[in-house]
Ligand binder design. Structure first.
Ligand SMILES: [Fe+2]
Length: 182
């Protein structure tokens, strides 16, 4: 379902942009609650600082969800933002429900942030192709936040070969998420 819009873009371009924003909305809602899952269930060394860090990162994903939903609305779209719609539409795998110690949570979150960032980067390219610099700019700002948060997460895993190997394996053919040595 879409709404009338006077934004000066062809209807088919708006429709594709809305679909892409709704997918990113689902990803961001899913990621927000996955980060909260880590925030609530982390145990072990550095508990307090990691518990607090995860809460900060969850706020960023929540803000991005709001921005993606409102851009979809601005383009005349219906924002698909309930928990059930997000669960259905998210591209992210379910959280690692076996994770307990801090590093297991960090590895799970690094993986999810890398996937989320790759999807946003694809969204930037497509927005540029569809001549929508406003969506491209919004997504570029979001990607900057996501990559900064990813740095905060993966810096905790410095020297952990499992984190690097996992990201390399999961990044597939998307050069945007491939670590330099993969
Ligand atoms: Fe909390």
């Amino acid at each position: 379902m879409n709404f009338p819009s006077h934004v000066n873009l062809p209807a088919d371009a708006r429709e594709e942009l809305i679909d892409s924003l709704n997918t990113l909305l689902a990803d961001s809602i899913d990621l927000h609650w996955q980060i909260k899952q880590a925030h609530w269930n982390i145990r072990g060394k550095h508990f307090y600082s990691r518990h607090e860090l995860f809460d900060e990162l969850a706020k960023h994903a929540r803000k991005q969800a709001d921005e993606f939903a409102e851009r979809a609305g601005t383009l005349g779209g219906y924002a698909e933002g309930t928990i059930r719609l997000a669960a259905k539409n998210s591209e992210l795998p379910e959280y690692d429900l076996q994770a307990v110690d801090g590093d297991a949570h960090l590895r799970a979150l690094v993986d999810r942030f890398a996937r989320y960032g790759a999807s946003i980067r694809n969204g930037i390219h497509r927005s540029e192709e569809l001549n929508d610099p406003v969506t491209a700019d919004l997504l570029t700002q979001s990607l900057g936040e996501v990559e900064l948060d990813l740095w905060f997460l993966e810096s905790h895993l410095h020297g952990d070969v499992r984190a690097t190997a996992r990201r390399g394996a999961d990044a597939g053919d998307d050069a945007g998420t491939r670590p330099p040595n993969a």
